[in-house]
Design a protein around this ligand. Structure first.
Ligand SMILES: Cc1cc2nc3c(=O)[nH]c(=O)nc-3n(C[C@H](O)[C@H](O)[C@H](O)COP(=O)(O)O)c2cc1C
Length: 220
């Protein structure tokens, strides 16, 4: 049995874990395609995965030079479009793009290009939203319409030597759309046998495996 005795924490007693310095800490979060309104009224698509949800709030991390961040902070509206695993090639088709023109130098150096119409590049179908102006992505089985309610800068000791900072953006979800195929008929429940998120795990795309069990609070 494990205890919290100091001897189990001492370096010489832990032969299973080694110290590493990974370049990213992306343990595994869902891929989200954020749609946001450009100043000219067109819709930009920003792939991202630094996101989590609690109650009706979602919290996102978006880098400072991304077009999506600029649009979100100006328009205060967005859609979070959640792709399923088979859509990963479409996501990857727009991965090396930005809606920012000119392309920021640190992105240009690693092969990013400007794209005004990412729907066209990925082969996504635009779909009007109910309560906000950015367009939804019809192929994504789950879509959240949302409004920005707060934005924060990263906390202390963010090094000025890094290529860019980021914003921590909190949004309130005001409408949820789910494709009828993944909803348990006549309920508000997602059928978890039919829905799987596309996950981003240390810069690789994954789907999820079989259902392992449910928590005591699960309603279905
Ligand atoms: C799967 C995936 C996940 C990503 N996650 C994030 C993220 O969480 N935050 C972020 O700022 N950029 C993330 N990026 C990088 C953005 O997609 C990239 O900055 C892109 O240029 C943003 O587009 P925009 O400038 O048109 O908004 C991710 C990219 C991919 C492909």
């Amino acid at each position: 049995m494990l205890t919290n005795k100091a001897e189990f924490n001492a370096d010489e007693s832990d032969r299973e874990h080694i110290e590493i310095k990974p370049s990213v800490l992306y343990i595994g979060t869902p891929v989200v395609l954020i749609t946001s309104l450009n100043a000219d009224g067109t819709t930009n698509v920003s792939p991202m995965s630094s996101v989590w949800a609690l109650y009706d709030r979602v919290v996102m991390g978006l880098t400072s030079t991304s077009k999506g961040r600029e649009n979100l902070l100006r328009e205060r509206q967005l859609i979070l479009n959640f792709p399923s695993p088979e859509l990963w090639p479409k996501v990857e088709a727009i991965a090396p793009t930005t809606g920012r023109d000119p392309v920021p130098p640190h992105k240009e150096k690693i092969g990013y290009r400007f794209e005004a119409d990412k729907f066209d590049v990925a082969g996504f179908t635009p779909q009007a939203a109910d309560l906000v102006r950015p367009l939804r992505i019809a192929e994504c089985p789950i879509q959240f319409e949302a409004e920005v309610v707060a934005a924060h800068s990263p906390g202390a000791e963010w090094s000025s030597e890094r290529p860019e900072a980021f914003s921590i953006i909190e949004a309130k979800v005001i409408r949820v759309h789910a494709h009828r195929d993944i909803v348990i008929p006549d309920t508000n429940h997602i059928d978890t046998n039919r829905w799987s998120p596309l996950l981003y795990v240390f810069r690789h795309y994954f789907g999820t495996g079989p259902d392992l069990g449910r928590t005591f609070k699960a309603e279905r």
